[in-house]
Design a protein around this ligand. Structure first.
Ligand SMILES: CCCCC/C=C\C/C=C\C/C=C\C/C=C\CCCC(=O)SCCNC(=O)CCNC(=O)[C@H](O)C(C)(C)COP(=O)(O)OP(=O)(O)OC[C@H]1O[C@@H](n2cnc3c(N)ncnc32)[C@H](O)[C@@H]1OP(=O)(O)O
Length: 194
């Protein structure tokens, strides 16, 4: 049963999502948007190292293996870590819209416990767009890509300009990101009109 709140119901004038013509092809690995990202970055030893792949339309798939550093109860994934995996997968939809957007609201259902060692098979898609508001939904399955749903989420992402990060991030990390040509290139890949 979905308990999605009214805040996550797209308004009547919302439009179906449009895959950007320059979006990565279905099957293509999207890579990390930031090397230090806790969700997808390669430079975070205890991060999720989530690897997302473009799907058809405005959808992505991703896999995340639960490691001992991700425990809440003995031998089980922490719920906040699972919410992070959902959030990160939903965030990677931005690559297909070529829009920079941040999570405004994330509603999560935890349907089954997820043991350490489990591969969580994630799938996310955008359901509607209304102005700067991007509505999306995700599931995480266990036992295989067609296995039972262990976690699911509905979200509202809000489009922002790159200045959102430059104005709000701690200056030392922003400086390092702006001095890294590869990071600047990745940020630009999200933006149609930077
Ligand atoms: C060269 C340097 C590069 C540095 C950058 C590097 C890489 C960048 C590239 C990509 C990275 C992009 C994203 C990261 C991707 C994945 C990571 C996972 C995702 C995250 O982990 S991301 C972190 C957590 N996230 C935040 O840190 C957000 C904090 N937050 C805010 O920054 C503001 O809160 C904001 C911007 C959300 C809105 O603020 P705002 O002032 O711009 O806009 P406003 O408030 O007017 O909202 C506009 C319309 O959205 C509705 N709305 C807003 N919030 C709502 C809510 N909660 N519920 C229901 N409706 C809501 C309003 O009701 C209104 O609706 P309406 O237009 O109909 O009135």
């Amino acid at each position: 049963m979905s308990g999605t709140s009214a805040a996550l119901q797209p308004p009547a004038d919302a439009a179906p999502p449009v895959r950007h013509p320059d979006a990565p092809a279905p099957g293509e690995l999207l890579g990390a948007h930031y090397g230090e990202c806790f969700g997808c970055g390669g430079a975070q030893p205890h991060g999720l190292h989530l690897a997302a792949r473009a799907g058809e339309g405005v959808s992505v798939t991703a896999e995340f293996t639960v490691r001992p550093a991700h425990q809440g109860a003995p031998g089980l994934a922490h719920g906040g870590v699972l919410a992070t995996a959902l959030d990160e997968t939903l965030g990677s939809l931005n690559w297909l819209l070529r829009t920079i957007a941040v999570t405004g609201r994330l509603e999560t259902d935890f349907a089954r416990p997820v043991p350490v060692g489990t591969v969580l098979y994630l799938e996310a898609r955008v359901t509607a767009v209304a102005g700067r508001k991007i509505y999306s939904t995700a599931t995480g399955r266990i036992g295989g890509p067609e296995g039972p749903v262990a976690v699911r989420a509905d979200a509202l992402f809000v489009e922002v300009k790159v200045d959102h990060f430059i104005d709000n991030g701690r200056p030392e990390e922003i400086r390092a990101a702006m001095n890294d040509p590869d990071q600047v290139r990745r940020a630009r890949a999200f933006e149609v009109n930077p």
